[in-house]
Design a protein around this ligand. Structure first.
Ligand code: GAR
Length: 209
């Protein structure tokens, strides 16, 4: 089982979905720790209640972004992490940190990338008049929300949707695809190679190659 740490900044519902999936001993990743940059992140309490070690690495306790990410890297080493899953971690990571973990760090984004990178994705999807929206799990690369895609799920935009109703529909899909994507990475079936995702043993991918 691949030792996996989760980085959060808030609620932690995706973290909770990953912890739940990994509670199955047959799941190829185990969650060895949760790190938050926010001391008051609600997800910390959830992790503690499930017996997962947690650590707060607050930005305010470090002189700069490099020092902050170095401290996060130290915390990852302390957990013996082999993989990192960003789950609502709302801070851009520095290039040296991302390069160190490249191919071993994944993120979930609440939009169908490469559309709607960045923040306020649900509001922007509504404003754009999208009829389909969704979520993406991708390998993390230095450019924000830009790394190779591992998994996506689409949801319909319904008449009368507001930001909250659309966000809730997307979030349900996030909770389904994130454990699936972590499973693929942990068992080595989704790998990052030459800036692309290679999915092993999928006919679809062989056809594209
Ligand atoms: C999720 O919707 C996640 O996709 C998004 O924040 C939310 C966190 O919720 N992430 C980003 O916007 C990353 N830029 P959660 O804390 O309940 O998992």
């Amino acid at each position: 089982r691949k030792r996996t740490a989760i980085l959060i900044s808030g609620r932690g519902s995706n973290m909770t979905a990953l912890i739940a999936a990994a509670s199955d001993p047959d799941f190829p990743a185990e969650i060895v720790g949760v790190i938050s940059d926010k001391p008051d992140a609600a997800g910390l309490g959830v992790a503690i209640a499930r017996g997962i070690p947690t650590k707060v690495v607050a930005r305010a306790d470090h002189p700069g972004k490099d020092a902050h990410d170095a401290a996060i890297d130290g915390a990852l080493a302390g957990f013996g992490a082999e993989l990192v899953a960003l789950a609502g971690y709302m801070r851009l990571l520095t290039t040296p940190f991302v390069e160190k973990w490249q191919g071993r760090m994944i993120n979930i984004h609440p939009a169908l990338l490469p559309s709607f990178k960045g923040l306020d994705t649900h509001r922007r999807a509504l404003e754009a008049g999208m009829r389909i929206h969704g979520c993406t799990v991708h390998f993390v690369t230095p450019a924000m929300d830009d790394g190779p895609i591992i998994a996506q799920a689409a949801v319909p935009v319904m008449l009368g949707d507001d930001e909250a109703s659309l966000a809730a529909r997307v979030l349900k899909a996030e909770h389904q695809i994130y454990p699936m994507a972590l499973k693929l990475v942990a068992e080595g079936k989704a790998r990052m190679e030459g800036g692309r995702t290679v999915l092993a043993g999928f006919a679809d991918n062989d056809a594209a190659a």
